[in-house]
Ligand binder design. Structure first.
Ligand SMILES: C[S@@+](CC[C@H](N)C(=O)[O-])C[C@H]1O[C@@H](n2cnc3c(N)ncnc32)[C@H](O)[C@@H]1O
Length: 220
């Protein structure tokens, strides 16, 4: 848990979600945690999101903006990637790192997004759902649904606890119980309850489970 305490930010007035504090420490941790496979894994997430040239994409719980910057490459200068996160320190870091890219960043929370209805073609989120308290996840999913245009695409990705109990426990002792016991199988249900049509699910090596879904053209 010592590492978890080192990574986590001060409590945020707008959300009980667990925010990330020191951006550089987080970046160093994630690079080690992914053992050199972060770029490949996140590039795969971008492919799975279906983001394409000219799309407007929202990255919810964007942290340091790693995924947001890869999305910006996929959508090109005709599109835009917008990252939102409650932690001002990671948002400041993401802005500096994204200089010159088609990215914009805002502080904000998943459960009360500031964007207008139907204003995005794609919503992505990586490793953030387990930071949002369980009772707020339906509201967060409802917001992702609201800001997507009908026909818009959703890509949820979160930490898949290792199958080995020993490794799971090791991860938990380093980062905290939210990762050790992350109920990643619930991503499907969360998406469906918000009104999304789930199109598929799977794992991205080494640590991620994803679900991709569509906001139906006609409300169900
Ligand atoms: C483990 S980090 C993941 C960051 C980034 N998406 C990535 O894949 O590296 C989880 C992020 O969720 C953010 N977070 C916490 N509560 C949140 C909330 N209520 N709404 C949106 N993001 C939240 C944290 O500040 C943190 O940056």
């Amino acid at each position: 848990m010592a590492l978890g305490r080192l990574l986590h930010g001060a409590p945020h007035a707008d959300t009980p979600g667990q925010t990330i504090g020191p951006a550089r420490t987080y970046e160093a941790f994630v690079e080690v945690f992914f053992a050199g496979q972060r770029r490949r894994a996140y590039t795969r997430l971008v492919e799975l999101s279906g983001a394409r040239t000219g799309d407007r994409v929202l990255d919810v719980g964007c942290g340091t903006g790693y995924l947001t910057r890869l999305v910006a490459k996929a959508v090109g200068p005709a599109g835009q990637a917008v990252g939102v996160d409650p932690s001002p320190t990671v948002i400041e870091y993401a802005r500096k790192k994204s200089h010159g890219a088609a990215c914009a960043y805002e502080t904000g929370v998943a459960e009360a997004l500031q964007a207008p209805d139907g204003s995005f073609d794609v919503v992505v989120t990586s490793l953030a759902i387990h930071h949002i308290p369980a009772e707020l996840r339906p509201a967060a999913m409802g917001e992702m649904f609201r800001v997507l245009r009908p026909g818009g695409r959703l890509l949820l990705a979160d930490f898949r606890p290792p199958r080995s109990r020993v490794v799971r426990h090791l991860v938990g002792s380093l980062t905290g119980p939210a990762m050790e016991h992350n109920p990643v199988d619930e991503l499907d249900r969360l998406a469906a309850q918000a009104g999304f049509a789930v199109r598929g699910r799977g794992d991205v090596h080494p640590w991620l489970r994803y679900v991709h879904a569509v906001r139906p053209e006609v409300a169900r």
